[in-house]
Design a protein around this ligand. Sequence first.
Ligand SMILES: [Zn+2]
Ligand SMILES: [Zn+2]
Length: 557
Amino acid sequence: MPAVVSQTRIVPLGGLGEVGMNCLAIESRDGIVIVDCGVTFPHDQYGIDLIHPDFSWLWERRDQVRGLIVTHGHEDHIGAIPYLLRMIPMPVYAPAYARVLIEHRLSEHPDIVNADLHTTAPRKKFSLGSSITVEPLRVTHSIPDATAFCIDVPGARVFHTGDFKLEEDPPDGEASDIQRFQELGREGIDVLLSDSTNVDVATRKTSERSVSSALTNIIAKLEGRVVVGLFASNIYRLQAIANAAIATQRRLCLLGRSVQTHVKAAQALGKLKFPSDLLVSPEVAMTLAPHTVLAIATGTQAEPASAIARLARNDHPFFRLERRDTVIFSSRTIPGSERAVFGLICDLERAGVNVHFSGIDSEIHVSGHAARDEQSRMIELTKPRSFIPLHGTFHHLKRHAELARSMGVENTLLLENGDTARWSNGQLAQDGGVPHGRVHIDEGQVVAPPTLEERKQMSESGTVFAQLHLDKIGMLSTPFAVTTRGVLLEEPAHVLEGLARSAVSEALRLARGPREVLTPEEARDAAARTLRRIYRVGHRRPLVVVQVKSVGGPIVG
Ligand SMILES: [Zn+2]
Ligand SMILES: [Zn+2]
C-alpha cells in the first residue's frame, strides 16, 4: 500500500510584508484553520475607514474551513472578523479578553446574528474537525490574555507565536509559558511561525513595571493637568496610570470612546481595578484644580478624530488644555504616522503645553513585541524543523529569516501575503501563489476598486462635468457648458470650454462616420474621451463625467 502523503499548506492572507491585517490559513487533509483575522488602517485616506484581507481564497474553500482561532484582541488580529463571518459563518475561538472585544465589534454589525464564539484558555486543548487539535499557550503582550498556538494537523505540528514578548515579570503575573514552549520543542515542532515586529531592536531595555513607576515619577513633578496618550487596549498601562492618579492625588478622566470601551471590558473581567470614585467626567474635571486632574486619551498616532488631536485643535466638547498642562505620549509611533505625530506635538507645544514622548524619554513606553534576543530565545526553546517569519514588512521578515538561519534553522522561508509554503516529507518548500489582496471598507461597506479609483482621481486631479443635448441623429443640438471642480486649467475656463465644444462636436461627427445615427452611449464615450484629452495637464487627469440627453430619450450618464 502506498504511504499516505500528508501535506500541510501555510497560506498567509495578511500581515506578511506589512504591519497589520494579520490573517493566516493552515490547510491540511482535515480542513482549514484560520489564525487571526485583522484589519489595517489606511495612510492615504480617501474616506476609507479600514482595510481587511481579500477572503476569496477562503470563500472558494468554504466547505473546508473548520474555524477561526484568535491569538489576542488587537484590531490587527480581530478587526476583520465581522467581514469574514458575513461571508463564511464558522466557529471562532478566542481568549476571554479578545472575545469581549469581538462581541463588541460584532454588535456594530447587526446582520451577523448567532455568531458561534468560544472562549479559550491557556493549556486547554480543543479540537477542530476530526483530527485538528489546538493548544493555546500564554504569551505576554501589550493586551491581556494573549496566546500562542500549538496546532496539530494531520502530518504536521505548527507553532504560531501570535504577538509576544518574553518579559519576565509582567504586572498581571501572566508570563509567557516558557516551560511549555520548551516541552513542545522537545516533542518536535515542524513549522515555527513567529512575530518579527521588533527584529531591529537588539534587546528589551525596560519593562511594563518600570514604565509604570517612570510615569508616576514624571506625573508627581507636574503642576497642571496631565493627559496620557496610549493604546486603549494596553490594560497594564491603564492600570499604571490609574495607580499614578491615586499616588499623585489626581482624579482620573477618560477621553475617547475606545478608552471607555476598554476600561469597561477590562473591569468586567476583573483585569483593571481602581476605586469607583477615582473617575470623573470631562465636564467635572474642568471644574477641578488643574493639578488634581489626570486624563487618559486616545490618539497617539494623531488620528484626526481622536481625543488628543481634538485637544490640540481646542475643539474637544468638554476638556481643554492650557499653558503649562502636559501631554505624555506613552506609546510608540507606528511607521507611517511620524509626520502626523510631529505635527500634533508641534501644535501642542505652540499652545504652551509640555510634551513628553518616547522619542526623547524611552522610559515612558515599552513595546509589546519581542526584541531580537527574545526572538532568538523563542527559536531556541521551540527548536523548529522549519521557520516562517510573521508580522512585519519585507525588511522585518528578511532580518528575522536571517536570524533563524544564523541559528541553524536552514529550512527557513520568506513569504509575503499570497505566497504559500508546503510541509511534506519533513521539509518545508515554497508553493504556488493564491489570490490575496486588500478590501477597502467605508462605513461598514465594501468600496469597490473603481469607486476607490474615482475618489483618488477626484482628490488628485478634480472633476469635469458636461451635459450634452443631442438631436435625432446623435449630434449636438445646443452648445453645452463645462463645469469643473478642483481642475488645473492651462487656459482661461471660457477658452477651454469653447475648445471643448468644437472638439466634442467634431468627435461626434467622426464617431458617427457614414452611419445614420450615433447612439447616446457612443456619443457619451466619444465626448468623454475628448474632454479627458482637453482637460489633462501633465500627470493630472481629472475625472470626466458626461451625461447625454437625446430628444425624447432618457438621460444616459
Ligand atoms: Zn498585538
Ligand atoms: Zn499584531
